[in-house]
Design a protein around this ligand. Structure first.
Ligand SMILES: *[C@@H]1O[C@H](CO)[C@@H](O)[C@H](O)[C@H]1NC(C)=O
Ligand SMILES: *[C@@H]1O[C@H](CO)[C@@H](O)[C@H](O)[C@H]1NC(C)=O
Ligand SMILES: *[C@@H]1O[C@H](CO)[C@@H](O)[C@H](O)[C@H]1NC(C)=O
Length: 213
């Protein structure tokens, strides 16, 4: 099962190429902190944290990935919106051996509809999904996102609203020796015509909770 946080952890190369800054590398799907091995980052990298806060109905989950990160990745913020909630992502960095980056400020949730309507779907059977269900985007979610993940034999896909920053992540392939993870963020800004929208009640599913957390 792959979540947006794992996805974001792929932002940064994990390969060790030289002895430079030492950073903790870890992933927690259920906490704002994590612990793991200390790895040597490539030159020019800092110790980065990518925090994800997901609010679905009354649930809130936090996750974090700590990796070597390029300074240009350190100010990242993004939002993914689905009918039931939002996942907010924010990154921060620090620049000393095994330092712990501060928990970054998350973008505010703005629930004002902005007129864009996107397809909504989520699946664990395929890295592609398409349904007639839709989601109305809010605030700065100005793109329709298709997130496709292939991890070993596992595949999943999600469609929803997102900020342009998530789209700009593009794609990433990572091999950790045992398996290869391939993540793609594909976006369009051409929403569905509002006039054609049929709002279907979203189905709360555990499956979704697991994927989208
Ligand atoms: C989150 O962590 C708590 C305690 O660390 C644990 O009891 C709970 O089952 C975890 N939840 C998930 C969804 O992993
Ligand atoms: C990140 O943002 C802070 C404060 O806005 C700024 O001082 C810093 O230069 C930025 N870093 C990068 C790499 O853009
Ligand atoms: C919330 O989003 C709407 C629609 O994009 C925008 O017009 C409004 O300025 C935003 N409000 C804040 C406080 O950012």
């Amino acid at each position: 099962m792959t979540s947006p946080i794992l996805t974001l952890s792929l932002l940064s190369a994990l390969t060790v190429t030289s002895s430079a800054l030492l950073c903790t590398q870890c992933l927690s799907e259920n906490s704002t902190s994590c612990s793991g091995p200390s790895v040597s980052c490539p030159p020019g990298y800092e110790c980065g944290s990518s925090h994800t806060k997901t609010n679905v109905g009354e649930f809130e989950t936090n996750s974090v990935a700590r990796v070597c990160a390029l300074p240009s990745e350190c100010n990242f913020t993004g939002i993914i919106g689905i009918p039931l909630g939002k996942s907010r992502i924010a990154a921060s960095c620090c620049n000393a051996d095994n330092c712990v980056p501060a928990i970054p400020e998350f973008p505010e949730i703005n629930n004002t509809l902005n007129g864009l309507v996107c397809r909504y779907c989520v699946t664990v059977d395929s890295d592609w999904c398409y349904t007639s269900e839709t989601v109305q985007c809010t605030g700065k979610e100005d793109r329709c996102l298709l997130q496709r993940i292939k991890q070993g034999g596992l595949k999943n896909a999600l469609r929803g609203c997102s900020t342009k920053s998530v789209c700009d992540l593009g794609g990433q392939t990572k091999t950790d020796g045992r398996s290869t993870t391939e993540v793609k963020f594909i976006c369009t800004d051409a929403g569905i015509s509002v006039h054609k929208v049929v709002l279907t009640p979203a189905i709360v599913s555990l499956l979704l909770m697991k994927i989208f957390s």
